[in-house]
Ligand binder design. Structure first.
Ligand SMILES: Cc1cc2nc3c(=O)[nH]c(=O)nc-3n(C[C@H](O)[C@H](O)[C@H](O)COP(=O)(O)O)c2cc1C
Length: 379
């Protein structure tokens, strides 16, 4: 892993090790991928301000997220089908996050279930909730997260309908993978991936399989999921969920100031400025361009987390400078997982930690609290 010097190295390795359908599932965005590309382009356009001759020998990347101490202003974002990038992927990623002392968020659409992960790790993790039409199932899912002692509930609010990802359709991306000749040949060329999956605890949606009446096999599960995203989802449902969940609530997928104001009124502990990594509304603004107005509007009343395009410690610095408390990492850690399991995720975190620390030194700051608009060059 030492020769993996940047997230791009992990990406290239993951591309070689993970079957194409799953690699492209992680890589891709919706429709023309304009928002996906804007996330990266707009971050890269922000120039950091080089400062000299400041004593930076005592600098630290430590901070807090939701009041809890963390070693780095970073959390691992909820990622569906993590366990298809690498066998037992969710458990491995959670362990890497906990060793690095940063939060891990398990997706509703994970392969390992809430209970699998809870049994395999020592500390609490966050759980991400998609609201399904079957509210009995949603309530039961929240109750399972409570029983597993999850330390925060992240409610994703930007997926009442699914943005289409052309690549997934072209690749026959299903769980388990569609048995096309091209997929079988591809899997045969990725033996270490196949072995990891064969040895893994599960190969389908762990939070759903066996928990829905009348849905016994993978095919009926796929139908159930496709029909379950709820177009009626509204602010009333946020209230309902807040009434069931006793802990900290995070609203993920906010890109608009008006929505941010409404989110701040719900009593949620945090919101995530996010366009779902460019996988939902194509043509929506980049996450980083949406961040400053939201910080201005509600930054004093709710914690603001950020995701979308973060691939380096420099990107983390840019988002924090524009007012984010911390970033979520999606693809960056998924590339690490595909490249090398737990060690790959640990490497992804380490790469971003080192980059952030060096960037702090070269912009002349010693603490995360000191990172503000002054580290950015006004253009
Ligand atoms: C492969 C993949 C699966 C995802 N699955 C989920 C999910 O299940 N729930 C969710 O709230 N967000 C999901 N997201 C969005 C991420 O949580 C996050 O918002 C996004 O990846 C951030 O952008 P980045 O990948 O550029 O870092 C997914 C993203 C990717 C790339």
């Amino acid at each position: 892993m030492k020769t993996m010097t940047c997230i791009e190295d992990l990406r290239q390795t993951a591309r070689r090790r993970v079957p194409r359908a799953f690699f492209e599932y992680a890589e891709g965005g919706s429709y023309a991928e304009q928002t996906l590309n804007a996330n990266r382009a707009d971050l890269e356009a922000i120039k950091l301000r080089q400062r000299i001759l400041v004593d930076v020998s005592n600098r630290s990347t430590q901070t807090t997220i939701l009041g809890e101490p963390v070693s780095l202003p970073l959390a691992l974002a909820p990622i569906g089908l993590c366990g298809m990038q690498h066998g037992d992927g969710e458990i491995l990623a959670c362990r890497a996050a906990q060793e690095a002392n940063i939060p891990f968020c398990l997706s509703t659409m994970s392969i390992c279930s809430i209970e699998d992960v809870a049994q395999a790790v020592d500390k609490p993790f966050w759980f991400q909730l998609y609201v399904m039409k079957d509210r009995g199932f949603v309530r039961a899912l929240i109750e399972r997260a409570i029983a597993a002692k999850c330390s925060a509930l992240m409610l994703t609010v930007d997926l009442q309908v699914l943005g289409q990802r052309h690549r997934d359709i072209k690749n026959g991306m299903t769980v388990p993978p569609e048995l096309r000749i091209s997929n079988l040949i591809d899997i045969a060329r990725k033996p270490s991936w196949a072995l990891g999956i064969a040895r893994a605890k599960r190969r389908t949606f762990g939070n759903l399989a066996g928990h829905i009446r009348g849905v016994e096999n993978v095919n009926s599960l796929s139908y159930w999921i496709a029909g379950q995203f709820d177009e009626t989802l509204s602010w009333k449902d946020v209230e309902w969920i807040a009434g069931i969940w006793p802990g900290k609530l995070i609203l993920k997928g906010i890109l608009d100031v008006e929505d941010a104001r409404a989110a701040a009124k719900t009593g949620a502990a945090a919101l995530v400025v996010s366009n779902h990594g460019g996988r939902q509304l194509d043509g929506a603004p980049s996450s980083i361009s949406a961040l400053p107005p939201i910080v201005d509007a509600v930054g004093s009343s709710i914690e603001i987390l950020f995701d979308g395009g973060v691939r380096s410690g420099q990107d983390m610095m840019r988002a924090i400078a524009l007012g984010a408390r911390a970033c979520l990492s999606g693809r960056a850690y998924i590339y690490g997982l595909g490249a090398g399991g737990q060690a790959g995720v640990a490497r992804a975190i380490e790469i971003m930690r080192n980059e952030l620390s060096v960037s702090m030194a070269l912009t002349g700051v010693n603490s995360i609290d000191e990172i503000d608009g002054s580290v950015i060059v006004e253009m």
